[in-house]
Design a protein around this ligand. Structure first.
Ligand code: NI
Length: 373
């Protein structure tokens, strides 16, 4: 695609956002362009999402590139001429940018296929925002021989022309927990006839904040946030049950296991102290994203060689299921500076399409160098 065609493709995807596992139109548009340019599409059985391949032969030289395709349930307020046509849905995390960029990367690789002594597999992943897509893509079994994976994410805090490449942990494991404290209902005026789970809930909320502050190494970043509490529905009844739900974010598996065990202990201990019982649910998200140091150094050197600024972006305790691919091989999650005044997931979030073509060229060059390394 010419740069003009690439930007038109991006604007079209932006105008037609689709939520996780509903990316049928986006998938069809990607396939249309891949097919028109003779790029091999692997038969993955995925209902949404695409795995394309460029290169030759059965080989152990396989590099993976991964982008995501899904949008968010947000009403767009960007006022762009190509703003979302789907009410209540928006590409507010730049996945339209990722899809368009990696599509162009696939075409650039196809045009240079004779230079590729191995294979590049390009993954257009569904459902990143609901953190299920990567597992479904991996379950196809088509990525088992990938030896390095590279992921892309737009980054509004860097201008166009800057890439964020940082070694080590860059995003957290996003786990969810639910604690139910079960007491005994009673008249609001007769607390001695019941067991009040709301008082226990108050103690529980306070106690959970001691896990990070008192039991973790201060040099180990982690957080526990209770984000949802619920109990009772009127003024003169002591309810049976009180609920606290929230999230834990960690950068390594030791801290992750420690916080889960601590939450369980505190839930049971606080419940017992107040005569209640506790039920504990733990919903494990994807692991932390940990960039390989030597591959980061290679990618950074290439970025500088190609005229980009290469920065070490700030860590975020947000989650990203790109980490699922890194459970099988090393890789790097790369932030592409896309400018703009608003954070991702904001209704006024925008990316500058001028970042598309340079980033596509970078990922194509990176894939060729790494596959031939
Ligand atoms: Ni995202």
């Amino acid at each position: 695609m010419t740069e003009r065609e690439l930007i038109a493709f991006f604007e079209d995807i932006h105008a037609h956002p689709e939520l996780g596992f509903e990316e049928r139109r986006t998938t069809a548009k990607v396939l249309e362009v891949l097919n028109a340019h003779g790029v091999t599409v692997l038969s993955s059985g995925l209902e949404t999402g695409v795995i394309a391949q460029v290169g030759k032969g059965e080989t152990d030289r396989v590099i993976g590139l991964r982008c995501d395709m899904d949008a968010l349930p947000i009403q767009e307020e960007s006022n762009l001429p190509y703003a979302s046509l789907h009410a209540g849905k928006m590409h507010a995390c730049g996945h339209d940018f990722h899809t368009s960029c990696m599509l162009q990367t696939a075409l650039l690789l196809k045009a240079r296929e004779s230079e590729i002594h191995g294979l590049v597999k390009i993954v257009f992943q569904p459902a990143e925002e609901i953190a299920n897509g990567a597992k479904r893509v991996l379950a196809t079994g088509l990525l088992q021989n990938v030896r390095e994976f590279y992921g892309i994410h737009s980054y509004p805090w860097f201008p166009v022309g800057t890439l964020g490449i940082k070694e080590g942990p860059v995003m957290a494991a996003p786990d969810r927990f639910v604690i139910r404290l079960l007491g005994k209902g009673a008249h609001g005026a007769e607390p001695h006839h019941g067991i009040d789970p709301i008082v226990a809930l108050g103690a529980l909320i306070q106690s959970t904040q001691t896990i990070v502050s008192r039991t973790l190494d201060p040099f180990s970043p982690a957080l526990v946030s209770i984000t949802h509490v619920e109990a009772g529905n009127t003024w003169n009844v002591i309810p049976e049950c009180a609920i606290a739900e929230g999230t834990v974010r960690t950068l390594n598996s030791e801290d992750r296991a420690h916080i889960e065990a601590s939450l369980r202990r505190i839930a049971n201990g606080v419940a017992e102290a107040h005569g209640c019982t506790a039920e504990f649910e733990w919903h494990e998200g994807s692991p932390a994203v940990i960039n390989d140091p030597s591959l980061c150094a290679e990618a950074r050197a290439l970025a500088l060689e190609m005229g980009f600024q290469a920065e070490r972006q700030e860590n975020t305790m947000g989650g990203e299921d790109f980490s699922e691919y890194l459970q099988y091989c090393p890789g790097v999650f790369i932030r592409v500076g896309t400018g703009g005044a608003y954070a991702s997931h904001h209704p006024k979030f925008t990316v500058d399409p001028a970042a598309l073509q340079p980033a596509a060229k970078f990922f194509a060059e990176l894939a060729i160098r790494r596959v031939n390394a």
